[in-house]
Design a protein around this ligand. Sequence first.
Ligand code: NAD
Ligand code: 022
Ligand code: ZN
Length: 375
Amino acid sequence: MKTRAAVALEKGKPLTIAEVELEGPKASEVLVEVKATGICHTDEFTLSGADPEGLFPAILGHEGAGIVVDVGPNVTSVKKGDHVIPLYTPECRQCPSCLSRKTNLCTAIRATQGQGVMPDGTSRFSLEGKKLHHYMGTSTFSNFTVLPEIAVAKIREDAPFDKVCYIGCGVTTGIGAVLNTAKVEPGSKCVVFGLGGIGLNVIQGLRLAGADMIIGVDINNAKKQWGERFGMTHFVNPKEVGSDLVANLVNMTKRGADQIGGADYTFDCTGNVTVMRQALEASHRGWGQSIIIGVAPSGAEIATRPFQLVTGRVWKGTAFGGARGRTDVPKIVDWYMEGKIEIDPMITHTMPLPDINKGFELMHEGKSIRSVVVY
Ligand code: NAD
Ligand code: 022
Ligand code: ZN
């Protein structure tokens, strides 16, 4: 079949809107009509050429929602007409990682996903006879896409695609980092570094978890109002507190008879390795945990003195908020529909597919929280 897509022909160039050829689903695959897709930093990271693993030409996009319109042989868990969210972290429930219960990083199709092909080693997309790579196993910048059955989460049918697509990455990453990775307890004191599309979801996750103190840190003062909108209790602009941001945060979080400061949980949502160090060191001696969510530039390294860890601070990282996609994503959709979490105000821009490059520009300029393409 033919489908309209935004194609990344080569690195550093804007996306090109084109009619591409899409083969139907093979065994254990589904064909999905994508109804909406968010634009996220990883798409930009790959398109810019900064991602050494980026493959071209490709169809990017990993934050979608849509409807199953066809299924290949042996598909049992979804059927035509089901509403789904594509998963860049699949959940096979059979590989050693899924069975371990200790990680959400399913390995069933990991190798081929990284190579930009379907699990059988081939691509379903082509343009003028030339193969196009899939991206993160999802390729949601196409009106129709083919996905492995284990890489779709079935969701309720009354959920609006143009909002719940954000659960395909940003919402689940931020809220999941709080609930699955950190397991924040009520009454906790927390610091969130970077109040963008991820940090704001960490903040609303912390509100859900019952955190007492939610300190937001951002170099952009315009983010203060954004943070407060979702439950932030204090705001710090590193540019306005002089040289020692960490000492400042430790001071703000003092408690108990010993008056030792430091947050119970801190979250890096910037991808900046200097910030990652600040986040670790702003956590409480003995038990503070710092969760790395931000993706750093390729080759970057983090540093701290071992003393920071010897004295009981813990550095952790999280992918897709530690969420098991097929199990957890439908629950997050339910939370949204029940009003437990908010999404609508974070979607600052929507646009049709031909305007997708404007969405990239808005993200680049820091003018959007999330842009969503509606097909
Ligand atoms: P964003 O650009 O919307 O937000 C980043 C925020 O950080 C901005 O508000 C910016 O002003 C602020 N910031 C920049 N430098 C800072 C500094 N030195 N100190 C304090 N604040 C600073 O980005 P986003 O969409 O929120 O994504 C954040 C990061 O999360 C990215 O690196 C993204 O790739 C990553 N991410 C990771 C996962 C995962 O599974 N681990 C999933 C999605 C996104
Ligand atoms: C999503 N991300 C950033 C912004 N939006 C993002 C990027 C990378 C990961 C998660 C979220 C990530 C963390 C760990 C891994 N990835 C490796 C997982 C593994 O090896 O099992 C990651 C993922 C997918 C891909 C590359 C890296 C890919 O499909 N190309 C989950
Ligand atoms: Zn993303």
